[in-house]
Design a protein around this ligand. Structure first.
Ligand code: COI
Length: 341
């Protein structure tokens, strides 16, 4: 029986579920890409000396396909993910993937796994492109050859609570990324480093960790899996892309919608802890989390409530606009939607 027919679309969370196929492309030993193809979804064999296993030479992306109100399957801004993959590849000395190849790979996998795209309004097909150093290394150096894979899995909300406002724990014990480090790349190591702070936060009853800037510890940086925004007196602020912040696709989309559709004043700037705890609204953005309100943030053991612990009106508007464009319930003034034929 086709496993996609076994999925309970009403209880999707953000969990891995195997699908039919994935796209795979490898380089030769001179880092030149060979022809990629769809292969059955499954395990991959690697040398124990692979660059990715020993020195973390890997980067990933996250984007989504939706079954839309027009009853077609659409992608949301895959070109931005392709651009960021190039940035990550350069930073980690991996071969670049041409934008057209990246988008072709994403389209091919989504088309071949079309029956895994959740029904309209039941979730989305999460698309995970990953690039890593496959070739063996012993000394610290770039791997001699590379693999690019795109796999997909149907998902619902990232947090168990859906879009219920998040409880964050601000940490002074850990940093997510350092100035001039790899924070602006989607390097796999950034996420490995976030696991221990996240474990501690979850054990203490929080949803996520809020990190501070590593060099200026009075300033906000990011939430482990998402960018952060605040709103005060209808001014929308998010930390500026100073090198250690991930240039999020949903971050960029929220900025564009806030400016061009909601006609709000948007500032990419420094944000202090005081700005956050006195904000009218605060929220996180990311492909996985979309736009999720922040209802409470705990700073040095003191819990501060934001937007009365609920969702502010501007946050709600931004989420409605983004998800409305993604599902073709609203017009797409920015040309963000790629329909699959
Ligand atoms: C995404 O939002 O797609 C991400 O890549 C974040 C990930 C840690 C779930």
């Amino acid at each position: 029986m086709n496993p996609s027919t076994q999925i309970d679309w009403d209880s999707l969370g953000f969990n891995y579920f195997p699908t039919r196929s994935m796209y795979r492309m490898d380089t030769d030993e001179s880092r030149q890409w060979q022809k990629g193809e769809l292969v059955p979804f499954g395990d991959i064999s690697l040398s124990p000396a692979a660059g990715v296993l020993n020195y973390g030479q890997g980067a990933f992306e996250g984007t989504k396909a939706f079954r839309s109100a027009q009853d077609r399957v659409v992608l949301f801004r895959p070109d931005k993910n392709a651009e960021r993959m190039s940035l990550s590849a350069k930073r980690l000395v991996m071969p670049d993937i041409p934008k057209a190849t990246f988008i072709h790979a994403v389209e091919s996998v989504v088309k071949d796994n079309g029956d895994y795209v959740p029904p309209y309004r039941k979730g989305s097909l999460y698309i995970r492109p990953v690039l890593w150093g496959t070739g063996p290394v012993l000394g610290v150096r770039p791997a001699p050859y590379y693999t690019f894979v795109v796999f997909v899995t149907p998902v619902g909300p990232y947090f168990k609570s859906g879009v219920k406002p998040l409880k964050l724990k601000m940490t002074r014990n850990f940093h997510r990324a350092a100035p001039h480090g790899t924070g602006n790349a989607k390097a796999i190591g950034n996420y490995a480093a976030s696991l221990y702070p996240l474990k501690l936060a979850k054990e203490a009853g929080f949803d996520e960790v809020l990190y501070l800037h590593a060099a200026q510890e009075s300033l906000l940086e990011e939430v482990g899996s998402a960018n952060v925004f605040i709103i005060k007196d209808e001014v929308v602020k998010t930390p500026k892309l100073s090198g250690s912040i991930l240039p999020g696709v949903t971050r960029d989309s929220a900025i564009r919608i806030a400016k061009d559709i909601l006609n709000l004043d948007v500032r990419e700037t420094d944000i202090t802890i005081e700005d956050l705890v006195t904000a009218d609204e605060a929220f996180c953005t990311g492909t996985a989390v979309v736009v999720t309100p922040i209802g409470e943030v705990t700073v040095e053991e003191k819990a501060h409530t934001i937007a009365e612990g609920g969702e502010g009106e501007i946050t709600r508007q931004l989420r409605k606009h983004i998800t409305g464009i993604q599902k073709e319930e609203r017009s797409d003034p920015f040309g963000w939607i790629y329909a699959l034929n």
